[in-house]
Ligand binder design. Structure first.
Ligand code: PAF
Length: 286
């Protein structure tokens, strides 16, 4: 596997290996990331993963400094997954001067996670656009665990006419239902035991929707109350349609999303309910 640190190394690799598929990550890789690499490999093109903890997407007081940085383990995992190249720039390589231009996202960026992490999605979209420009991939893969992020990236690709095909990877879970996340590493033993409750409650809400309930606000507040009773601080529990708009009473397809904190660890998760064909991110190819 080629390790690329500088923009010159990246452009030499690109000249020799593109068209390619990009899997952007912030490192501390787990089976969810490796499933994205596997998804990328199905396109039979060289696969490049980026590993960059993007300062622009962390707010003041968030975990930028303590975000787990595990370069050696990540490199071995990518090698074992037959990834062809790893682009791992320093912050000064991607941001050699203050980044004053940003992607200006739509209102969706201020909703859900964006309502609790102001500016987060501007930072995500800005770094993803930079990575797209630098790597110039034919396709890129993102996980559905970050459903709102995926929706915003898909919108950016569509509205800026970026010539990149997007693929979405399913959320990978531990046997008790907990969605894999780099932030699970912050959970102490008691919090780790409690953490799967978020996925279980989202699943319960999903099955109520599947069985015909349409009293969305009640389902959301019951889910929120149960989490609070078990010591969580809830950012949001939301039932949305596949495009993340408020669902109408006749809606049949939903995403149930949640973000909540156990101590200072913030976990997010989501589940789709309904016809898989109704979810734009199940057949992305823009
Ligand atoms: O999902 C992530 O890991 C990050 O938000 C991304 C897309 C790599 C941008 O920094």
């Amino acid at each position: 596997m080629h390790i690329l640190r500088s923009l010159d190394e990246l452009s030499a690799w690109r000249a020799a290996h593109c068209p390619c598929v990009l899997v952007p990550t912030m490192g501390n890789l787990h089976a969810g990331h490796l499933a994205l690499i596997e998804r990328a490999r199905t396109l039979a093109l060289p696969v490049i993963s980026s590993l960059f903890v993007n300062p622009l997407q962390f707010g003041p007081g968030e975990d930028y400094k303590r975000y787990p940085r595990t370069f050696d383990a990540d490199r071995s995992a990518l090698e074992a997954a037959a990834c062809d190249a790893l682009f791992a720039p320093e912050a000064a390589t991607l941001y050699p001067y203050k980044q004053t231009y940003r992607v200006w996202p739509p209102a969706l960026a201020d909703d859900l996670c964006g309502a609790h992490r102001p500016g987060h999605f501007d930072g995500v979209l800005t770094v993803v656009l930079k990575l797209f420009n630098l790597v110039q991939p034919a396709a890129a893969v993102f996980g559905k665990k970050d459903y709102q992020q995926l929706a915003l990236i898909a919108g950016m690709v569509r509205e800026f006419n970026l010539p990149i095909r997007l693929l979405a990877g399913e959320t990978v879970r531990q046997s008790d239902g907990l969605a894999l996340s780099s932030r699970n590493a912050y959970l102490d033993a008691a919090a780790r035991t409690e953490a799967p409750r978020l996925a279980h409650l989202l699943r319960e809400a999903a099955s109520q929707l599947a069985s015909g309930r349409r009293d969305y606000a009640r389902i959301e507040s019951a889910t929120r109350d149960t989490l609070v009773r078990h010591g969580w601080r809830v950012d949001y529990i939301a039932i949305r349609d596949p495009a993340l708009s408020e669902p109408g009473p006749g809606e049949t397809d939903f995403v149930v999303l949640g973000a909540a904190r156990l101590g200072d660890v913030r976990l997010i998760d989501n589940l789709e309910v309904g016809d898989p064909a109704a979810f734009p991110y199940n057949h992305l190819s823009l």
